[in-house]
Design a protein around this ligand. Structure first.
Ligand code: GN1
Ligand code: MG
Length: 366
């Protein structure tokens, strides 16, 4: 990765000496732009040198950076008090004690870099799935008694599948003929699974389907694992930490840990349900939350995977029909292929459901 030159004002805002750091693009997030700042000495990087993560917040998506900052503060404060050993990766302050700096109408924030860890795009051993799932389960468990209503809804309706479904319908209506025809078969495929959206409608208002503090982006690469032991170290990317349903986090784990390839894969023959990974992640999540979950939540564990895979698929498809206004693309059909990837995964989850449900039952009663 090549070195990037960032404005000196950004370094100054955080009290960093620009001459001591090299900046490089980092990670694979779609929404915010992330850089790694590494300090160096002469021409060599110090192995234990100071390092930071610098992010430009996408304010088209996160329209209220103060709401995000407020959630970080709330969670960090609560965790510090009740679980002092918990590693919560929160933004570092600017020299004037703000959680971000504004430069040229851009919002920038600095986070500590956690050394000796890795973020994996896909799990390569079931133990990694277990470790990552435990991290997300623990976060929700530790925040169980936090003041839920003080958390801000940073993106309204973020995981409201009903809305995402109607956005797809709207996109189908308004799409250019060419794109609609190109995606016709896939559109039909997703519409045929509308029962997944209807089921969400039915359960979302049930009394014993509580809101909890969930991460809302529980992808594999949002967990840091120890670089040597692959034990879970911490969760990152807390931007969407807010009240929601456990099916969001569990579903994202099923969506991103079970298949050996990510949503970026275009060779769909590589998409596969690895039951050992499914088993491990269910166990990891339940080892933290088993005793807290309500009957409705317990009944929705398999559904979680359908819910998130379906929602992510239709979000990609909607964006394709809308001419790619949300997710960055590298080629014109990129969002179409991402959507199709998720559709293939969804079909596989469906066809293996008896087996997967049996695994869930085993761990629920462990
Ligand atoms: C986006 O930016 P990133 O990669 O952390 C998206 C998630 C999706 C994910 C798909 C705010 O997350 O909802 O699940 O892409 N975040 C937002 O990989 O839309
Ligand atoms: Mg994210």
């Amino acid at each position: 990765m090549e070195n990037i030159s960032l404005a000196p004002e950004i370094y100054q805002a955080f009290g960093l000496d620009r001459n001591r750091f090299v900046a490089k693009r980092f990670g694979h997030g779609y929404i915010n732009r992330t850089y790694l700042l590494q300090s160096y000495h002469g021409k060599t990087f110090l192995p234990e040198g100071e390092a930071y993560i610098l992010q430009k917040i996408n304010t088209q998506v996160f329209t209220d950076p103060d709401a995000v900052a407020s959630n970080y503060r709330l969670a960090a404060g609560f965790l510090k008090q009740h679980h002092p050993d918990y590693l919560f990766v929160a933004p570092l302050r600017t020299v004037d004690a703000k959680e971000y700096c504004i430069w040229n109408d851009e919002y920038w924030r600095l986070l500590p870099y956690i050394p000796h860890t890795v973020a994996l795009d896909a799990a390569t051993a079931p133990e990694q799935a277990y470790e990552a799932a435990r991290q997300f389960g623990r976060l929700t468990r530790y925040l169980h008694d936090a003041p839920l209503h003080q958390f801000q809804i940073v993106i309204p309706n973020f995981h409201n599948l009903t809305l995402r479904y109607s956005q797809l319908q709207e996109a189908i209506r308004s799409a250019r003929e060419e794109r609609r025809e190109y995606a016709e078969e896939l559109i039909e495929g997703f519409l045929d699974y509308s029962s997944i959206a209807i089921h969400f409608e039915e359960i979302k208002t049930e009394k014993s389907f509580p809101d909890r503090i969930v991460h809302h982006d529980a992808k594999m690469n949002n967990v840091l694992l120890d670089e040597k032991t692959f034990k879970g170290v911490c969760v990152i990317d807390m931007d969407t930490l807010m009240p929601g349903k456990i099916i969001s986090d569990l579903g994202d784990m099923i969506r991103t840990y079970v298949s050996p390839v990510s949503e970026e894969e275009r060779d769909f023959s590589k998409i596969e349900i690895r039951t050992q990974y499914f088993d491990a992640l269910i166990q990891g999540y339940l080892d933290e939350l088993r005793d807290l979950l309500t009957p409705v939540e317990k009944q929705s564990l398999f559904y979680a995977g359908l819910f998130m895979t379906y929602m992510q698929g239709i979000r990609f498809l909607t964006d394709f029909l809308n001419e790619d206004v949300y997710y960055p693309i590298q080629y014109p059909e990129h969002n179409f292929y991402r959507a199709k990837n998720q559709f293939v995964l969804l079909q596989q989850l469906m066809s293996r459901q008896d087996e997967l449900k049996a695994i869930i039952q085993k761990h629920l009663h462990a």
